[in-house]
Design a protein around this ligand. Structure first.
Ligand code: HEC
Length: 135
């Protein structure tokens, strides 16, 4: 016969597992839901966008959370970008404007110091999707 203490201990461990498991489950789900949401908003894929940001070296000019080595100080930090009201202080931060900005900032602000990097629409959609996961 197992002792009462052992039973109580096992029940406690099971409760911790259940609670811990559901927290992890919720996190995974909300991350996935977030990715689905930004994919619908932009027509892009945030994982591809992260890779594109890495290969385009946007981090040379911007701090970008989740992108290793992205510590540049030429442009504003893109931390919490999904909550930003304006892009470049000019256009409303809508998915369409963001895709346009990434393709050609000067189309939105001719005076902008951010260079046109020759990015095509599909890649810009992926990058926009990633930036809109930053909240
Ligand atoms: C040579 C430096 C430089 C590079 C490289 C660069 N940017 Fe920028 N970026 C800037 C500057 C400067 C601004 C601010 C421009 C303005 O306000 O007119 C800016 C602004 C932005 C903004 C608007 C931020 C806000 O809060 O309004 C976004 C989004 C952005 N950049 C994304 C990118 C992405 C994505 C890349 C890579 C594809 C990139 N940038 C590469 C310099 C750069």
């Amino acid at each position: 016969m197992p002792s009462k203490a052992l039973i109580a201990g096992l029940a406690g461990a099971a409760a911790v597992l259940v609670i811990g498991g559901s927290v992890v489950g919720d996190r995974l789900l909300s991350r996935r839901q977030m990715h689905e949401r930004v994919a619908v908003m932009t027509g892009g894929e945030p994982g591809q966008g992260e890779a594109a940001i890495q290969s385009r070296a946007c981090g040379g000019c911007h701090v970008i959370p989740g992108v290793s080595g992205a510590r540049g100080k030429v442009g504003p930090p893109l931390t919490g970008f999904a909550g930003r009201v304006y892009i470049g202080g000019r256009a409303s931060n809508t998915p369409a404007n963001l895709v346009a900005w990434i393709q050609d900032p000067h189309a939105i602000d001719p005076q902008s110091a951010m260079p046109n990097m020759g990015i095509g629409e599909a890649e810009a959609r992926d990058i926009a999707a990633y930036l809109l996961t930053l909240n």
